[in-house]
Ligand binder design. Structure first.
Ligand code: FES
Length: 74
C-alpha cells in the first residue's frame, strides 16, 4: 500500500505558450478510456489539441493562426 502523504507531489508546470509539463513517468487516461504511458523525465501534455500525437505535445502549438484584428494592424 502506498502512502501518498509521504511521497513527493507530482510537479506540473503550466506554460503560457502551450503544454503542461509533468515531471516523472505518467500514465494518461483518455476520454475513451484508453491509456498512454510516458516514461520520460518530463512529459509535455498538449492542452491546445493541435498535436498529431495528442495527448503528447508535438510543438504544433507554435503554429499560430493570426487573428483578423492583427491582420488589420499591418
Ligand atoms: S500544446 Fe503543444 S501541440 Fe498542443
Amino acid at each position: 500500500m502506498s502512502d501518498h502523504r509521504l511521497s513527493d507531489p507530482t510537479h506540473v508546470v503550466l506554460t503560457d505558450e502551450g503544454p503542461a509539463l509533468v515531471s516523472g513517468p505518467v500514465e494518461i487516461e483518455l476520454p475513451d478510456g484508453g491509456r498512454v504511458r510516458s516514461d520520460r523525465p518530463v512529459t509535455a501534455l498538449c492542452l491546445c489539441r493541435r498535436s498529431r500525437r495528442w495527448p503528447i505535445c508535438d510543438t504544433s502549438h507554435r503554429t499560430r493562426v493570426r487573428e483578423p484584428a492583427e491582420e488589420d494592424d499591418r
